[in-house]
Structures are given as structure tokens and as C-alpha cells.
Ligand binder design. Sequence first.
Ligand code: AGP
Length: 581
Amino acid sequence: MCGIIGYYGDKDAYPILFKGLKILEYRGYDSWGIAVKQQKNIILDKETGHLPESVISKNGNIGIAHTRWATTGKVTEQNAHPHTSNDETIYIVHNGIIENYAELKKYLHTLGIILKTQTDTEIIPNLITHFLKNNDLKNSIEKTTKLIKGSYAFVGIIKNRDELFFARDGSPLVLGKEKNELFLASDVPAFLEYTKNAIFLNDKDYGIYSNKKLVIFHNGEKINEQITKINWTVEQAKKGDHPHFMIKEINEQKHTIKTAIEQNPELINKVTKEIENAFGVFFVGCGTSYHACISASYQFAHIAKKHVNVILASEFSNYSDFLTNNALMIAVSQSGETADLIDAIKIAKQKGVKIISIINSLESTIDRLSDLSIIMNAGPEICVLSTKSYTSQLAILLLLAYSTANKLNEGKKLIEQTTQQIPDLIETIKPKLELLAKKLKNKKSIFLIGRDLAYPSTLEGALKIKEVSYIHAEGFAGGELKHGTIALIEEETPVIVLTTDETRDLILGNAREVKARGAFIIGIDSKNSEIYDEFLQVPELNHANPIIMMIPLQLLSYYLAIERNCDPDKPRNLAKSVTVR
Ligand code: AGP
């Protein structure tokens, strides 16, 4: 899940590539590299660590670049991309994993080609060189991609040819096309400043760009390019006056939740019909999106009186025996590129299951695999942590539950009412959370408890705290703590209690149990209680409580990161879109 970018046009490539890497850095930031072609030579820069603020640019109007999230091979300068063929004629940047790497390494060995790095990527330029007989680049790409098993998106340049070539299968690659230039990137924001003409490649598409001419192939055949006009602005992909994308995107929830439910009524109707008529509904996702699926299962139980299954995408294959062609999968994803979910969708499609996805990325792989897609319209989410996309998912899933209960307008009204509360809530609660973060910054563990709809919110709150502050945090159903984990509660252990009107008596009972063992109780509630050592007031919004309760949890995570000098936008070891299994 690296970020790759390429450029061939009439401008200098280096500054365009460097800027693009800066935008793609949310995809991985272990090391970076840029290669540009100058006459018969290729200039290569590679370094470990985050991208510097600025670099010395180099001439050359053809180039490729990469920002890495290490999968195969340690984080070293040598393992940073671009990688070259042994004869240094071909340079490649790659996003994905070559699963039959060991086998292909042996094959190259039999050809006398010894790899210099620990990476699987180095296989590609060496195979391309090996098959580049009679200068037939198309044929060489075809032979190379036929041998590779796993996922890839790669872009390459050749020392003695003014050409740029590319291929994808399983990892995202989108082209940006203008009259005399071509941009290639893992994601649209990388070239949005230069063009809004995007060409989203499908799996097994590949091609060549030379003499200002683009040719795309699929299975040996030339295919037409489908241009999609992007309706995002460059500003949306920038921090603006905010110090970090995380706090910018938390604030954007003042309007993204409302935008999320501004869906075409016909589409909502169609999706509702599919849910009503399905024999088995499966909500599937990963990470934060999985938590939205759990929350949805409570909403459908309470509002629509409908049982739905919730399954982790990476575990979905274990349930394939129960799938029939009357079943329905609701796939939930911000990026639309999460490999585990793509695999789950492919398993379901093989069984004839209908796929409806809730995603934030138009034309993403999951969008194109789905029978119907509900686009969240939350705008680009750059911070690795999902914040605004989570509350948009919750809002759309809540709307679908109300629609399934034939109470669509009631649902819409509640969600709009919730959105109106957010600006004041953020303003009033921010100072309290900044102080609370100072109190909690050195804690080893933080526990979160909640019941009913608040339970999945504890899971998401814990994930946010872990991802960005590296403090161990765990969310629990309130009744579960006394079945074991309460053993971890000691003097001053922070326990965040998510209380709703519906669950107050029981959850405060659980709060008393941990308080009796010395816990420091932080209450997120509409009413104060003598049990709380710290009270964070949020409005009581019944079925919309999971949405409003995320605001203090997201803000607390952000301020904990600030207090602990962690980078809120690029947490260690993480990447925004998980395109490997
Ligand atoms: C959440 O903050 C993380 N970025 C991660 O858990 C994420 O939710 C997960 O990788 C799923 O991503 P998706 O929504 O893009 O499919």
C-alpha cells in the first residue's frame, strides 16, 4: 500500500512527482524515491524516512516516483523504490505484493540474474528486460504480468527510450490525461492540480505512453480510454488553515454527515428493496468500516426489526458455504481499495450474491465490482485515521435502517438534527479535551465501556486512540468487563463510559464496578453523574448517539497525539488504504 506516481509531458517531471508524493504520503511513508530521464540517462534519488519539506529539482520531462509502506524487505535506502533491472536500463515503481516472489527469484537466477535488494519488486524490471526481445515492449509487459501472482500496480521508464509503461492488477492505478501530458498515480489527488480528466484502469489493464500518444491494452487487445471528470477541488485535498488533516476532517463533519444522506431517493429505495427481499444480508468491512457494520446491525435490529449478519472481510471466506444467490452483501469502505474486502466481494460474487457498496471513492475497485454503490461524498480523506468517513458511513447505514422500517423522513430529520449540534459541540468540548489529554498522556492503557448502540462506539473510540497516540486502548460491551478484563483495572486506570438514556442504569452499574477498583471515570453522557471524575456532555440523540459520541472520542485521540508528539496524519506503521492482504 505504497503511493506511486508517473509523469510524461512537456514540463519538468521532478517537481510534479515530488508534489504528488507529498499528497500520496498517507499511503506509506517508510522511504521514498524519484527517477527522471535526461537524454540517455536516468537520475535516481532515494532516501529512508518521511519526505523532506523541499528537494533540489532535476531536469527531465519523464519520471516516476514512490513513497513506501514496507511489505517485502526492510526499510533501507537500497530497498526504497524505484528499482532497476540488473543492467540499469529499466526503472520501476510498484505498489502491491508479488506472492510467487521466491519462485520468480529462482527463475531469474537460472537466467543468471541475481537480485540486489530484498524486495519482490526488483523481479519486475528484470523480467521486463529479459522479455524485451525485438524491442516489443507490449509483448514484454504481457509475458511479465502473466508470470506474476499477487497484486500489482507498476509504472516504468527505460533509459534509451522515450516511453512510459504501466500495468495494474489488484492495486489501484489511475491516469490523468491532458493534451500533451500524462499523469499516473495510485490516487486522483496526486494530479488533481493539473487535470480533472481521470482514467480509472481495471484489473489486468496495461499500456504505453509515448509521443504524446496513450495506448491501453487488456488481454492483448487495445481498449478505449474512459475519461471520468473529477468533481473534487484541490483545496479539499489540502489542510487549509488547519495544522493537521485529522483536525480539519473532524471539523468537516459539520457538513459531511448531511452531505452523506443527500442521496438520490431512487437509489435509497432500490437498496432498501434489495435489503427487504434478500435471504441473508451480510455487512462486511475492515477496521473502522467494520465498526460501522457492527453499529448498523444494532440499528437494523432496533429500527427495522431485521437481523443482519456482520462479518470481518478478512474472515469472510469462512462463511462462504452459507451464501446463496438470494443473499445480499453490503460492503463498507472509505477507500474502495481494501484488499481483504475486495477478496470477500469476489467470493460472494462467485456465489451469485448481489453486492451493494457504501464507499467514498467513485470509480474505485469496489465501486466497479458492485451492483449498486452509495457514494458518501465526504470529499478526499487524507488523514490515515478515518474520522469523517466513519460518521458518514453511520449516517447512511442509519438512513437505510429507517428506510427499511418505512420511516425514511424520520431518519433524515434525526440525522439533520444531529448535524446541527456538531459545530457548538466541537467548540464547547475542545478545551476540556485538550486538558483531559494532558491528564491521560502518560497512561499505559485506556478502557472504554458502552452498551447497546454505544458498544460499537467503544470499539471505534479505542481504535482511534491506539492508531494515533499509541496508547493501548480497548472497547468493551459494559457487561463484559467483569468476565475477565476488570482484572486490569487498578488505581487511576482511565475508563471512558459511553452512556445513553437507553442504557444509563446498567452502564453506570458497570462504571461503579470499575470505580470500586480505583478507576478514573470519564463520562460521555447528556447528564452528569457523581460517578464521573470527568464529564463530557453530549446531546442525547437516541439512534444517532453513535454519530455524536464520536466527536469527543476523535478529538481526545487527536489531542493525545499532540500531547505525545505523535504525527496525527501519518501514524507509525499505518497507511490509509490497505491494498495488501
Ligand atoms: C481507520 O482509521 C483505519 N484507517 C483503518 O482501520 C481503515 O478503517 C481500514 O483499513 C478500512 O479501510 P477502508 O474503509 O478504506 O476500507
